[in-house]
Ligand binder design. Structure first.
Ligand SMILES: [Fe+2]
Ligand SMILES: [Fe+2]
Length: 278
């Protein structure tokens, strides 16, 4: 079996600074890492789908290196709109895949147990929207043609629209071209995305897109066309993508916070459950 954790949108800040003055993203990211370490099954890898930092500041990357060094698993990352491809390559170049291309966008393929991760870069310098570009799309097509292992395709900007208007306006500009590339490949099991800071599951090009909440603040669920861009502190979470030959890829959302329990299932006195008759 293969178990892959998917976290996103850490928005790390220089030590001591909060994000938008009220979101202590550094503490919240640390809390998320702690919950990952406390899982009863250790993931084979962690995938971080961008907005690792808030301003692509070297101090933010330094904090990311420190935080991630406490995890005992391979860590794969891609940039979001808040990071920079060149900055991430310079600051995080020792993480797998990052330095595969010496310049331009960060994209790579990696085998994790029985599945393959295809990591893509949607960062557009100075822009909140995302774009893959023709070079990356051609590489994606060739990569999917070469290897038929179950594929998880990771990219920061979700290609499917969410109905949250202010976020959809800063989405992926070349989503139709991505649909054309991945549509024919049945082994694309998941698209792993971030950027929206909400748990969202949607279909795209006949595939399943799972969008993970942020480890920090979340975007308010507001489906009005003129809904304001607001955030709140709904529960932080991440995804665990489990694969076995029997199940295929199964995606579980895992909460960062602790909740009451676990408790045993007990029948009331005098009640015998079916199957417990003996
Ligand atoms: Fe973000
Ligand atoms: Fe983003």
């Amino acid at each position: 079996m293969t178990l892959i954790a998917h976290m996103t949108d850490l928005h790390l800040r220089p030590r001591g600074l909060a994000c938008y003055r009220v979101s202590d993203t550094n503490m919240l990211a640390e809390r998320a890492m702690r919950s990952l370490r406390a899982l009863n099954s250790t993931p084979d890898a962690l995938v971080i789908t961008g907005d690792l930092t808030d301003r692509s500041d070297p101090r933010e990357y330094a904090l990311a290196r420190e935080l991630l060094s406490r995890l005992d698993m391979p860590i794969y990352m891609i940039p979001g709109n808040h990071d920079g491809s060149a900055d991430m390559r310079r600051e995080m170049g020792h993480f797998p895949g990052i330095s595969e291309n010496s310049e331009g966008k960060i994209f790579y393929r990696a085998d994790i147990g029985d599945v393959q991760l295809i990591a893509l870069d949607t960062h557009l310098p100075g822009r909140p929207e995302g774009e893959l570009g023709q070079e990356q799309l051609s590489w994606l097509d060739a990569t999917l043609r070469d290897c038929a292992k179950p594929a998880l395709v990771a990219l920061h900007h979700p290609p499917a629209l969410s109905g949250i208007a202010h976020m959809d306006r800063i989405g992926l500009t070349d989503a139709p071209a991505l649909a054309e590339v991945i549509g024919p490949y049945n082994h694309v099991e998941r698209l792993l995305c971030g950027h929206l800071h909400r748990p969202i599951i949607a279909g795209f090009a006949g595939k399943i897109m799972t969008l993970s909440p942020s480890t920090g603040h979340q975007v308010v669920l507001d489906l009005r066309e003129n809904g304001p861009a607001h955030f709140n502190f709904e529960p932080a979470a991440y995804f665990l993508h489990f694969h076995s030959p029997d199940t295929g890829v199964v995606s579980h959302m895992a909460y960062v916070e602790d909740f009451p329990g676990p408790h045993d299932f007990f029948a009331d006195e005098g009640v015998v459950w079916p199957g417990d008759e003996t």
